[in-house]
Design a protein around this ligand. Structure first.
Ligand code: NDP
Length: 330
């Protein structure tokens, strides 16, 4: 491996003003870990956008190499599970937040955080999916566990043009669900229908203050938006339905009431990708191999190089990225 290599580094001065730099790094700049991975593919998630723009309190250790997920090859390992040459995926566990992350040629990581590249997937496709797509899969699995089958009725997906939303639509569509896509970009309706949506609604229908209960419109939901949007989704969920809450693009608040829960038996399912147990992760990645159409993944992905990461980070927090951004680090 190269002794010096390129990476993005976030630093903070004594007044807590953050700088974003492309720096020459060495292994000493990376935090402790028992496996060194050559990063071949990574991706820009919403959380990476918050970290690089400083718009959200994502980074909790300075200096930090951001980047919450990557795919690559093990170059050295003191962990019994991995040997040099193994292809692996990393996502979550505070990487890019409290542990130096993926936006560098190498990442030094705890081997217990890594999963072997699933059969049927490669580095590029795994990072086109990335944390956002894997969170979409966790959300679908949560609805399934709650008995929300396609026969129960439609499923609404909010933040439909985003990373979570596009992958959720593609997976739900392939599984036979009727999908209602909620978006601020209705000009992308044809794209969303090609991915698997049956119907597209404007997000303004869901973004204002919610009534405690409203007309029943769907059996389930995958919500990447939070705030009033999640409150409206809950108020329009039919009797016994469920909503998987995974995001906060509109806000972290939830101005709702208990009415959907106690009068319609609706369930709110919390989705966390960061600390999800290994078995659940492996199940989600395996399900993505079978239940996500790779042609649709290609259609919703844009490829950039290392030099495009910082611009993409700004675009994603401005809501300007359609689908997923995959980064070729080679
Ligand atoms: P993206 O930025 O790709 O997508 C978010 C989408 O939300 C946008 O494309 C837009 O969709 C919509 N949106 C943005 N701003 C607003 C707003 N003010 N009001 C209503 N809708 C809005 O992000 P991701 O899909 O990658 O992530 C979505 C959310 O999920 C983020 O909050 C992220 O932090 C969270 N997340 C959580 C995880 C977990 O472990 N729970 C893991 C991964 C992500 P459109 O243009 O279609 O309206």
């Amino acid at each position: 491996m190269d002794n010096r290599f390129k990476g993005i580094q976030l630093t903070r001065d004594e007044n807590k003003v953050m700088s974003v730099n492309v720096a020459e790094l060495g292994l000493d700049d990376l935090m402790e870990g028992d496996v060194v991975v050559e990063v071949e593919w990574t991706t820009v998630n919403y959380k990476d956008g918050l970290a690089i723009t400083g718009k959200g309190p994502v980074v909790r250790r300075w200096p930090m190499v951001p980047g919450i997920d990557c795919a690559g090859t093990v170059v050295s390992s003191e962990n019994a599970r991995f040997s040099p040459g193994d292809k692996v995926i990393l996502n979550g566990f505070g990487v890019g937040e409290t542990h130096t992350g993926a936006f560098a040629a190498y990442a030094r990581l705890n081997g217990d955080w890594l999963i072997p590249m699933p059969n049927g997937m490669d580095g590029r496709s795994s990072m086109a999916i990335g944390t956002a797509g894997y969170t979409a899969m966790l959300s679908v699995m949560a609805l399934e566990r709650h008995g929300i089958t396609p026969e129960r009725g439609p499923v609404v997906v909010t933040g439909a043009n985003g990373g979570v939303g596009t992958v959720a639509i593609a997976v739900l569509g392939k599984l036979g669900y009727e999908v209602i896509a909620s978006t601020g970009r209705t000009e992308e309706a044809d794209f969303l229908k090609e991915l698997g949506a049956s119907d597209v609604i404007h997000r303004d229908e869901l973004s204002g203050p919610a009534k405690p209960l409203n007309k029943e419109r769907w059996a389930g939901g995958i919500d990447a938006v939070g705030s009033h949007t999640l409150a409206n989704v809950l108020s329009m969920t039919s009797y016994g339905g469920a909503v998987a809450a995974c995001g906060l693009a509109q806000g972290m608040d939830l101005p709702s009431s208990v009415a959907p829960f106690i009068l319609r038996g609706v369930s709110l399912l919390g989705i966390d990708s960061v600390m999800a147990p290994l078995a659940l992760r492996q199940e989600a990645w395996a399900r993505l191999v079978t239940d996500l159409d790779m042609a649709k993944l290609e259609a919703l992905s844009t490829e950039i190089g290392f030099d495009g990461i910082i611009d993409a980070a700004h675009s994603i927090v401005d809501g300007k990225i359609r689908g997923r951004v995959v980064v070729d680090m080679k």
